[in-house]
Ligand binder design. Structure first.
Ligand code: PLP
Length: 371
């Protein structure tokens, strides 16, 4: 049993966030579907005045995720890209240098490159899994992004070491914790300044909403993130925030079950003669693997009955993606191959189904590949 002398754990707080706190003591906090709020009197600005700025449903979800991450507070955005945009605006120095992993999420790559093309700052992409390269890359930086495990080959970055290097160079650090989730990684304990999520993935967890969260480590950063969300109109709607809140109630259970399934599938895949390589960092619910060719990947994905070919990850249902034709289609072939992403590479987001059903689906699809 865990020590409760410090109060409820972060997972307990996420399960109970907002319960029985409103007028009728609803166990499930109501969804505040209002754009505006009535003032009681001229000159008396209420706590909530306009939903782009503040919304009670959004705030309950923000507090739940801030608790999960051990941060100060959070902003809830209409997508993970919105959360990344808020961090860039709030934290990237004007005409300074921003550093990001060479194999960061494609949308992050596009966002930072677009800002750099407009002259807002310079961007440097580097292999942050290599600490010698990271030490050189952060020199002169004002902001450093880390993402671990990487996509799609699930390579790990030493977040604490990169953060120490970045801070010594005078840079702030943002960790994208979408893949690892707060079940397996707590970036604030490793020293970072902010954490972002595509809450579309594990936090909401049911493949039914696009949502983002940026968690701040301090009141000063929270104020800046809030200002940029309000100024740019990045904030999420109340219904979407509610779906996020509903998702975090079962977040830990889902992630633990999906991860146990993923560990078992990684083991089974390693034993199959047609699987050239399996990428699994030892935790989490993502497994990537390499089949011999594009044709093998095509036959395999077409033969799957239960597991759909789809973008995204982190839902209760297992899905599979082919990075070369999907998430990494815009990456030039030479860069892709240099990063180890071959035509036969597949990325499996493992869900919470019975693992025996998942393996029998995968095995029959592997058997469909002509040898
Ligand atoms: N960060 C990571 C690691 C992602 O995988 C994604 C989306 O796939 C994003 C950010 C962007 O999130 P969204 O699609 O919710 O905008």
């Amino acid at each position: 049993m865990s020590d409760t002398s410090q109060g409820p754990s972060r997972f307990t707080r996420a399960v109970r966030a907002g319960a029985a706190t409103e007028t009728y003591r609803d166990l499930v906090p109501p969804i505040h579907l209002t754009s505006t709020y009535a003032f009681t009197e001229l000159g008396q600005t209420p706590q909530f005045d306009y939903s782009r700025s503040h919304n009670p449903t959004r705030e309950v979800f923000a507090h739940a995720v801030a608790a999960l991450e051990g941060g100060y507070d959070a902003v809830v955005t209409a997508s993970g890209m919105g959360a990344l945009t808020a961090c860039v605006e709030a934290m990237a120095p004007e005409r300074g240098l921003v550093v990001a992993p060479r194999d960061c999420y494609g949308g992050t790559y596009r966002l930072l490159s677009a800002y750099a093309a407009k002259g807002r700052f310079d961007v440097r992409f580097a292999d942050l899994t290599n600490l010698d390269e990271a030490a050189k890359a952060v020199v002169g930086a004002g902001l450093v992004f880390v993402e671990s495990p990487s996509n799609p080959l699930l390579r790990l970055t030493d977040i604490a070491a990169v953060t120490t290097l970045a801070h010594a160079a005078g840079a702030q650090v943002v960790a994208d914790n979408t893949f690892a989730t707060p079940v397996y990684c707590r970036p604030f304990e490793l020293g970072v300044d902010a954490v972002v999520h595509s809450a579309t993935k594990y936090l909401a967890g049911h493949s039914d909403v696009i949502l983002g969260v940026a968690v701040s480590g301090t009141p000063e950063l929270q104020a800046k993130l809030y200002d940029w969300c309000n100024t740019l109109g990045l904030t999420a709607g109340a219904f979407d925030a509610y779906l996020g809140l509903r998702g975090v109630r079962t977040f830990k259970l889902r992630v633990e079950q999906a991860s146990a399934n993923a560990a078992a599938l990684a083991e089974s895949l390693r034993g199959h003669r047609l699987v050239e390589e399996v990428f699994y960092p030892g935790f989490g619910a993502m497994v990537s693997f390499r089949l011999p060719s594009f044709e093998a990947a095509r036959v395999f994905t077409s033969a799957l009955h239960q597991i759909n070919l789809a973008e995204s990850l982190g839902g209760v249902e297992s899905i599979i993606a082919h990075p070369v034709t999907m998430s990494h289609a815009d990456v030039p072939e030479a860069a892709r191959l240099a990063a180890g992403i071959t035509d036969g590479t597949l990325r499996l987001s493992v869900g919470v189904e019975d693992v025996d059903d998942l393996w029998s689906d995968i095995r029959q699809a592997l058997d469909a590949i002509p040898s």
